[in-house]
Design a protein around this ligand. Structure first.
Ligand code: SF4
Ligand code: SF4
Length: 325
């Protein structure tokens, strides 16, 4: 490898921006002792619901050297998904989409991250291109790239590397970029300069706790009972949504953005520049009636390349029925 640690670090950060990421922070690859304790406690309380995979590969999850032998650094990156076109609740009003409507807080339908092509593929391509160019610049090294694809404590690594703080809604929040971004990582056997965490700016705010319709966020914040979260109920939960949640779904049929919509730091969100994430015209035109009458062929047409496909037609149809009747 060529270049000083400082040169390589700067190169990583410059390339991250050039490849479309919002930013990059770097942490030393080491076992996460404190985070391991918190994860164990969260799992013991059963807050992961049916997400059994959260309990798997515990050691790998908290120790990057178990994922990438000889790992020295973890690069944390963010990729913007805040849409230019906002989906207005498909069940209220005439207009379904409008440009830059973030102040209107749309409260229904499909979560913003799922409007377009599956982010796993889009962001992974960017990560691979970044690593390739980095190797061309400084020589060979061993690296693995991750985007919600392996047991990696994404939020905690991003926090360690100064890319934001973990808010009371348990999401990573950047003081200038908000929280509408995907997290991704490159774990590599190359030493780099390490960044430092920034402070928590939630202060006395409780907007996300107050707004969560299922009371999934703990009264003091910072702990999420995943088994009560609408995202879990509409995506991960294989069974029918329990009747106790009737009337609490606030029209969400895939995911939920409420605790991001109400977060004051998202007033700084700016639109992404990724054509792959744009919603199709068909999705934009869906009405409540269309959702109610959704057929498998239309589901396939709407969601073939999106994250919604992973939930499957049966699950979405069941959720629509639950939410709309
Ligand atoms: S995503 Fe929705 S249901 Fe889940 S914690 Fe946030 S507001 Fe509550
Ligand atoms: S809504 Fe308020 S309390 Fe919740 S994450 Fe945002 S700043 Fe923190």
């Amino acid at each position: 490898m060529t270049g000083s640690i400082s040169h390589r670090t700067q190169l990583v950060k410059n390339l991250a921006i050039r490849h479309g990421f919002m930013g990059a922070g770097i942490s030393k690859a080491e076992r996460m002792e404190e985070e391991a304790f918190r994860l164990e406690d969260w799992l013991n309380k059963g807050y992961h619901g049916e997400m059994g995979y959260m309990a798997n590969h515990f050691e790998m999850r908290i120790d990057p050297t178990k994922l990438v032998p000889g790992a020295k650094s973890v690069i944390s990156l963010q990729y913007n998904y805040f849409p230019q076109e906002e989906q207005i609740p498909p069940f209220k009003g005439e207009r379904r989409f409008s440009v830059d409507q973030k102040d209107l807080s749309p409260s229904g339908g499909v979560s913003r991250y799922a409007y377009g092509e599956d982010y796993h593929k889009v962001v992974r391509r960017k990560l691979k291109a970044l690593v390739k160019e980095l190797k061309e610049e400084i020589g060979d090294f061993h690296a693995r790239v991750f985007v919600d694809s392996a047991p990696v404590m994404e939020r905690d690594w991003a926090k360690r590397s100064g890319q934001g703080w973990i808010g009371k809604n348990t999401l990573l929040i950047h003081p200038k970029k908000g929280s509408y971004f995907f997290l991704a990582e490159i774990i590599l056997d190359m030493e780099l300069e390490y960044d430092h965490p920034i402070r928590d700016h939630c202060g006395t705010c409780t907007k996300c706790i107050d707004a969560c319709p299922t009371e999934a966020i703990s009264p003091e914040g910072y702990i999420l009972d995943g088994s009560k979260c609408i995202s879990y109920l509409t995506i991960e939960l294989k069974d029918r949504i329990p009747d106790t949640f009737k009337g609490q779904m606030d029209n969400w049929i895939f995911g939920c953005d409420i605790c991001q919509e109400v977060c004051p730091w998202n007033r700084f969100s700016t639109s992404h520049n990724e054509p792959a994430f744009n919603p199709s015209e068909k999705l934009k035109s869906m009405t409540k009636k269309d959702w109610r009458e959704l057929k498998k062929e239309v589901f396939d047409e709407l969601f073939a390349r999106t994250p919604v496909k992973r939930a499957g037609f049966e699950k979405l149809a069941g959720t629509i029925k639950f939410v709309m009747q």
